[in-house]
Write a protein that binds this ligand. Structure first.
Ligand code: FES
Length: 298
């Protein structure tokens, strides 16, 4: 049993050998933040070990990975991963801000996480040349066209097992369980855009073409927002990659690009077009992207 003293609360708790510091502090009612629910996927439970460092077990692999990512010094530990082998240890909570703790706790509920990490296919889509369309059309007409487009896009996403997560001007982000559903949705979106294009060409003399990017990866699904306006959304590097792949369509003069990770999950029935290695804004390593032009009928 370890005597664990937590500062600035000045609470001392007994920690059984197999229990983590987080387990013991939560059980004692210490308001320690734990945004990922104790999975070493955040750093909100971090503490500084002020004495008894030698009594703490070495970092496990998960904590080592997070420590390396955030350049944590040796004295800064994740309470959810740290155990000790007896004696007395003093730690200081490093996430102290009451608002942080309250937000994390409210979202986490009874010991849960503020989000869950999931693998998914992320689709970004926008309209080629939309700025010139919106400059040429009266604002109400722009809204009318976008309403048609988003209604069609929502139906397409749902029909392929996905959902629209977010709208950004003329663009949107949708998420799907896997890459084949996302790519089939993207192909259906191209058909939906072609229908709208017939209408916009006839009514306004402007074509309407969707550009889409898809990536498969891990992202956090969390509930975010102010108290009166919270909603589930998807956040993470995979989202940024999908957005940048969508942007890469412009220079590549393509309509649908997928990352190599998404492409690896597609069956041979999908018809590949060009392959390119593109530098994605904000990324050091270039990313291989593959153009998808259709799917062979089974
Ligand atoms: S609670 Fe997220 S790392 Fe410990």
């Amino acid at each position: 049993m370890t005597d664990l003293r937590a500062l600035p609360d000045d609470v001392t708790v007994d920690v059984p050998p197999e229990a983590t510091f987080l387990d013991a502090l939560v059980a004692a009612g210490v308001p320690i933040a734990r945004a990922c629910g104790g999975k070493a996927r955040c750093s909100t439970c971090r503490v500084r070990v002020e004495s008894g460092t030698d009594l703490c077990a070495p970092r496990n692999a998960a904590e080592s990975a997070m420590a390396a990512r955030l350049s944590l010094d040796d004295a800064t530990r994740l309470a959810c991963q740290t155990t000790a082998r007896g004696g007395g240890v003093t730690v200081r909570r490093l996430v102290l801000d009451e608002l942080d703790v309250r937000l994390a706790s409210a979202a986490a509920g009874a010991g849960g996480a503020v989000g869950r990490e999931e693998e998914m296919a992320i689709l970004f889509s926008d309209i080629a040349g939309f700025t010139s369309i919106s400059e040429a059309l009266p604002a109400y007409d722009v809204v009318h066209v976008l309403e048609r487009w988003f209604a069609a896009a929502g139906d397409v996403a749902a029909a392929h097992g996905g959902r629209i997560d977010n709208y950004m001007g003329d663009g949107f982000m949708a998420v799907f369980p896997d890459a084949p559903q996302a790519v089939r949705a993207a192909l259906a979106l191209a058909d939906a855009a072609a229908q709208i294009s017939r209408y916009t060409t006839a009514a306004y003399g402007r074509s309407f073409t969707a550009r889409t990017g898809i990536h498969f990866g891990s992202a956090v699904v969390g509930t975010l927002g102010a108290a009166h306006n919270r909603r589930e959304t998807v956040i993470g590097d995979a989202v940024n990659v999908a957005s940048r792949i969508e942007s890469a369509n412009k220079d590549a003069d393509t309509r649908l690009l997928v990352s190599a990770d998404a492409d690896a999950r597609l069956p041979a029935s999908f018809l590949r077009g060009r392959t390119a290695t593109v530098a994605l804004k904000g990324k050091t390593a270039p990313c291989r992207v593959v153009e998808i032009v259709g799917e062979r009928a089974g």
